[in-house]
Design a protein. Structure first.
Length: 661
C-alpha cells in the first residue's frame, strides 16, 4: 500500500470512529503525496469506514489548485458555480475506488500535507454561538500562528476563497506560516500538519481545550416519557401516510416512516429540559443538521391530539417542502422520523450531537447562533449535500424498508426464519417468544449490521396480559406496527387412541388461541393507525390435507386458515390484509422435528429415523428439501406492496406435495 494512503487511513480512523468528533457522513481527511497528488475522502462515505478498497480518491494536486485559484468561478451564480466545481474537480481524479472527492477538497488543497476536518461537539458548542470567536480564541491560545476564526459562508469554493483572503491578510504563504487550527462558525474544525502524528495531536489538543471550556455545563440528562410519547408516534405515522403517499389509500405509501423515541440519553434530554427544548425549535446550527434533521424540528404541545399533529405536519410540509425529520413533543420526548434504518440512524446521531452542542453552549451561558434563512435555503438546495445525504442515508430499495413487524415464535425454527427474512427485507422486527433467551440468540445470529432494527420481547401467546405487554413495548419503542406474523406452534405426535387430552388442549391453546390473541392486538392497533397493514398466519399443508396420527395439528392448522379467512373479511374495510402460508415439512432449525418426533414418525412409516427426512422430501414432485428461507420469501411477498391486492389467500410452499384445487 502507498505510504500516503496508509497515512490517510490512519488519520481517518483516529477521528472517524468517534461520534463526538464526526457524525453520519460528516468530516473529511486528506494527505498529499511526494508525487504531486492528494488522497482525500470520497463524498458520501464515512471516515471510520474508509479502507484500502473504499472511501477515497486520488487527485492531481496541481489541477485541483488551478480550480481553487480560478477567481472567475466567483462570478457564476451560486448553484452554477458549484456544478462547475464538481465537474472540474471530477477531471482532476487520478485513481481510487471513490466516485467524487469530498466537498471540501478545495480547502484541503490550500493547507498542509496532512489535513483533518471534523465537526466536534465540544468545538461546535462554542463555534455555534454569538460569542464563539472570543471563547475559542481564548481556549485555543489563539495567536495568529495557532488559530484562525472563519465566519460562516457557503461551503466549498466560497469557503476556500475566504480562507485564501484571511491567509493573505496574515501573510501566511506556506503551511508552516499558516495557523494550524481553523474553526468555521456553525460548521467545524480544520487542523493540518506535516505528519499524521502531529495532525492527530493538534486535533486532540483542540478538542481537549474546547471540552474544558464547556465541561462545567449542567449535564441536562433526563429520560423521555415513553408511555406518554406513544400516541404522538402513532399520530405522526398516520400523518406521514396521509401527507406523503400521494394516493387515496395510505396503505400504498411506499415511504412508510420508521420512528422511535431515542434510547440515547443525550437526545432524550432535548424534550426534558425547557431551555434546550425551546432552543431546539428555533432553527438549524450546522449544515449537517439541515441535511439529516431538516431545517428545524416540528414542535407540538403535549396536549396535541392526532388531528392537531396532522395539521402541524401539514403546515410544516407546506412551509419547508418536506416532511419533518424530528418532532419535539414539549415535555414528553423527541421523536425521530426516517424513511429507512440507515436514514434514521444518521438522523439520530446528528440530532444527538446538536442537542449536546446546545447543552454545552447554554451551560456555558452563551447565546446560540442559528444559521440565517438564506444559508439554510442554500444547503437545502445544494446538490452536493443532496448527493452526500443520498449515499449516507437514502432508501435502500428493499421491499419492506421502514415497516415495523412483530413475529411470534421467533426464537427458533420457522419463526426465526420469518423474522430474519423480514429484517433482511428492510423491516424493523420484534422477535417475540416465550423463550426470551432464544429470541436474543436469534437476533445475535442475524448479524451486527441489524443492530437497532431488531428487538427481543418475551411473549406467551396463550396469555392475554403477556401478549398485551409485548405489544405495549413495541409501541413504546417504535410507535406502531405494519406487519404481524403468527408462527408459534406445537405438533404433539400421538395416535388418536393414545392422545392425552392435556396435550390436545395445549395444542389448541398454543396453535389457535396463540394466533387469536396476537392477531386481535395487532388488528386493534392497525385499525387505530388507519394505515392498513399485513397479517400472515403460518399454517401447514396439514391444514389442507390431513396427515396420519396428527389429530391436534390437523385440526389447529385447518382452524388457523379458516380464522385467517374470517379476519380477512372483517379487516378488509381498514385495508388490513390477512393471508396464510401452508409450508410443507421444514426440518431446518425446527423444535417440532426433534429426535422424539422423528422417532415416532419413523415408527409410523416403518422406516429408520435417519430415513425420515429423505422420505418426506421425496414425497414432493420437486424432490427438494424446503428451507426456512423459502417460507420467509413468501412471507416478505405477502407483506410487501407486490401483494397489495391479495387477502384471504393461502400460499402453499411444499414442493407440490399438496395440489390445491
Amino acid at each position: 500500500m502507498d505510504p500516503a494512503l496508509q497515512e490517510l487511513l490512519e488519520i481517518s480512523h483516529a477521528v472517524g470512529r468517534d461520534e463526538d468528533q464526526v457524525q453520519a457522513g460528516g468530516g473529511n481527511t486528506s494527505v498529499k503525496t511526494d508525487r504531486g497528488t492528494m488522497y482525500i475522502k470520497a463524498s458520501g462515505t464515512t471516515l471510520g469506514g474508509m479502507s484500502e478498497d473504499s472511501g477515497w480518491v486520488e487527485l492531481d494536486l496541481e489541477a485541483v489548485l488551478a480550480v481553487v485559484l480560478d477567481d472567475s468561478l466567483n462570478e457564476l451564480e451560486a448553484h452554477a458555480r458549484e456544478a462547475a466545481l464538481v465537474e472540474r474537480l471530477g477531471r482532476t481524479r487520478v485513481s481510487g475506488p471513490g466516485d467524487r472527492p469530498s466537498v471540501e477538497t478545495v480547502v484541503h488543497a490550500l493547507l498542509g500535507r496532512v489535513v483533518i476536518h471534523t465537526h466536534p461537539i465540544a468545538v461546535n458548542a462554542l463555534g455555534c454561538t454569538e460569542e464563539g470567536e472570543a471563547y475559542l480564541r481564548d481556549c485555543l491560545d489563539g495567536t495568529p500562528d495557532r488559530f484562525l476564526w472563519i465566519p460562516y459562508c457557503d461551503p466549498g469554493y466560497p469557503l476556500s476563497r475566504l480562507i485564501r483572503q484571511r491567509f493573505a491578510e496574515l501573510g501566511a504563504t506556506t503551511p508552516e506560516s499558516m495557523p494550524f487550527a481553523l474553526v468555521q462558525q456553525n460548521h467545524g474544525l480544520f487542523v493540518h500538519a506535516e505528519s499524521p502524528r502531529e495532525a492527530i495531536a493538534r486535533h486532540a489538543e483542540c478538542l481537549q481545550r474546547a471540552g474544558a471550556m464547556v465541561a462545567a455545563s449542567p449535564p441536562y440528562l433526563a429520560e423521555a416519557d415513553r408511555d406518554a410519547a406513544r400516541p404522538f408516534l402513532m399520530a405522526l405515522r398516520r400523518a406521514h401516510a396521509a401527507l406523503t403517499s400521494g394516493q387515496e389509500l395510505p396503505v400504498e405509501c411506499h415511504t412508510a416512516p420508521l420512528m422511535r423515541v431515542s434510547r440515547r440519553p443525550d437526545l432524550d434530554m432535548v424534550a426534558a429540559v425547557p431551555a434546550i427544548c425551546d432552543a431546539y425549535g428555533e432553527g438549524a446550527l450546522t449544515p449537517d443538521q439541515i441535511v439529516y434533521c431538516g431545517p428545524k424540528p416540528l414542535r407540538v404541545a403535549s396536549t396535541a391530539d392526532a388531528d392537531e399533529v396532522l395539521a402541524a405536519a401539514r403546515r410544516y410540509l407546506k412551509t419547508h417542502g418536506l416532511f419533518p425529520k424530528v418532532m419535539v413533543v414539549e415535555g414528553v420526548a423527541t421523536v425521530l422520523i426516517g424513511t429507512s434504518i440507515k436514514n434514521l440512524d444518521a438522523n439520530e446521531v446528528v440530532a444527538a450531537s446538536i442537542a449536546r452542542q446546545m447543552a454545552g453552549a447554554l451551560g456555558a451561558g452563551l447565546p446560540i447562533r442559528y444559521l440565517p434563512q438564506r444559508d439554510v435555503d442554500y444547503i437545502m438546495n445544494w446538490e452536493v449535500e443532496h448527493y452526500r445525504a443520498k449515499l449516507m442515508g437514502g432508501l435502500a430499495g428493499r421491499p419492506l424498508e421502514g415497516r415495523v413487524a412483530l413475529v411470534t415464535g421467533a426464537g427458533s425454527g420457522l419463526g426465526r426464519a420469518q423474522a430474519w427474512g423480514l429484517a433482511r427485507a428492510g423491516a424493523i422486527v420484534a422477535f417475540t417468544d416465550i423463550d426470551l433467551e432464544g429470541a436474543l440468540v436469534a437476533i445475535a445470529e442475524l448479524g451486527t449490521e441489524y443492530n437497532g432494527r431488531a428487538i427481543a420481547l418475551r411473549m406467551d401467546v396463550t396469555d392475554e396480559k403477556s401478549v398485551a405487554n409485548a405489544f405495549d413495548a413495541l409501541l413504546t419503542e417504535f410507535g406502531g406496527i405494519d406487519i404481524m406474523v403468527n408462527c408459534a406452534g406445537i405438533a404433539p405426535p400421538h395416535e388418536l387412541v393414545d392422545f392425552p387430552v392435556e396435550s390436545f388442549r395445549r395444542a389448541l391453546e398454543i396453535n389457535l388461541t396463540g394466533y387469536f390473541l396476537p392477531t386481535r392486538e395487532a388488528a386493534r392497533i392497525m385499525k387505530q393507525q388507519s394505515m392498513g397493514g399485513s397479517i400472515v398466519c403460518l399454517s401447514s399443508k396439514s391444514g389442507l390435507e390431513a396427515s396420519k396420527a396428527n389429530t391436534a395439528y390437523n385440526a389447529t392448522k385447518a382452524g388457523e386458515i379458516h380464522m385467517a379467512r374470517g379476519w380477512a373479511l372483517e379487516l378488509a374495510a381498514d385495508l388490513i390484509r390477512v393471508n396464510s402460508i401452508a409450508p410443507g415439512n421444514v426440518f431446518e432449525g425446527s423444535k417440532i422435528w426433534n429426535d422424539d418426533y422423528i422417532a415416532k414418525a419413523a415408527a409410523k412409516k416403518g422406516i429408520r429415523p435417519e430415513e425420515v427426512i429423505p422420505h418426506y422430501v421425496a414425497l414432493s414432485p420437486l424432490n427438494k428439501e424446503i428451507k426456512g428461507q423459502d417460507i420467509a420469501d413468501a412471507t416478505v411477498y405477502l407483506c410487501s406492496d407486490a401483494s397489495r391486492r391479495m387477502t384471504g389467500q393461502v400460499l402453499v410452499i411444499d414442493g407440490g406435495q399438496v395440489m390445491v384445487r
